[in-house]
Design a protein around this ligand. Sequence first.
Ligand SMILES: NC(=O)c1ccc[n+]([C@@H]2O[C@H](COP(=O)([O-])OP(=O)(O)OC[C@H]3O[C@@H](n4cnc5c(N)ncnc54)[C@H](OP(=O)(O)O)[C@@H]3O)[C@@H](O)[C@H]2O)c1
Length: 322
Amino acid sequence: MDGLLTMLGRGVDTVLDRSVVGGYPRWGLALRRRLPDWPADVAPDAMAGRSAVVTGASSGLGTAAAAALAKLGATVHLVVRDTEKGERVRADLAAAVPDATLRVWRCDVSDLDDVTRFAESFGAVDVLIHNAGLLPAERTTSKQGHELTLATHVLGPLRMTELLRPALRASGDARVVWVSSGGMYGQRLPVGDPEYTEGEFTGAAAYARTKRIQVALAPVLARRWAPDGIGVHVMHPGWADTPGVAGSLPGFHRVTERVLRDVDDGADTMVWLAAVTPPPASGLFWHDRAPRPTHLLPWTRHDEPARRAMFDWCVAAAGLTR
Ligand SMILES: NC(=O)c1ccc[n+]([C@@H]2O[C@H](COP(=O)([O-])OP(=O)(O)OC[C@H]3O[C@@H](n4cnc5c(N)ncnc54)[C@H](OP(=O)(O)O)[C@@H]3O)[C@@H](O)[C@H]2O)c1
């Protein structure tokens, strides 16, 4: 009987996932929490003694993840581009979690020089959450001239992780979590045009193309960083009500507002990946505490040489060496 219930539960979970509207809104997580296979919550002190860096901690899911990690006992480093905003968030979090150790750091993750400055001034880290993100209205470029979603979602985080690698290695159980998006399912790997210079530019496509790159790089990064004991976990939060969604996708936000997840539910899987014991398998794409397929549409598939070419291009563009 238990086996049958588990099988049924897995079927429900898959239907929720593949239907998108079944799984991504707030009822997706609410339903999954009742399924027999739902992984247990982590211990209340699961992050005690651990140090967590959250980029984009000044808003939405980043703030929620920072709060949840602080509640689990982590020292939390809020990486923000606007320190006044960051200090306001820190004060709110300190009031909500009085025992928390919280620190604000300034870093524009799209700016490779600023990432270098930040990483070189930083100390111990066990968990690094690449959450900072944006969906721009027009094609804009970073300080180094890279298309801005590419710089923010891929190049800056890649450089930051590589520069923090010695600190992550020292952790012994380091985890790097990349916040991607279910929107990436609609895009193929832009290996021939990573900077999105060809065709009509839309912010939504740029966003999803770079979120696809995050997912495609996960297995390569997992292999690269495994000898250092660094796990790589890419996830998507479903649809959550954040200032980012309201500001960048007002039409979508108007229609879906009542069914969007709250920020805590949106941040649930990033926090779980950071804190669960034993560490999750590295190199996978996660949503609602389970690994998910990386492709739903056949025309979005890519082969290993394409993945490798994308990785090599990103390494060079991020100013790193192979
Ligand atoms: N909400 C959803 O339904 C959803 C769905 C799929 C994926 N995601 C992903 O979840 C992550 C968080 O998004 P959100 O919905 O919470 O959006 P949000 O409220 O707009 O938060 C985005 C955060 O990223 C920061 N940021 C943007 N560019 C940055 C840069 N160059 N350097 C440093 N920080 C930067 C923002 O800083 P400021 O406060 O200064 O603007 C803000 O703190 C993003 O990666 C997003 O793509 C969200």
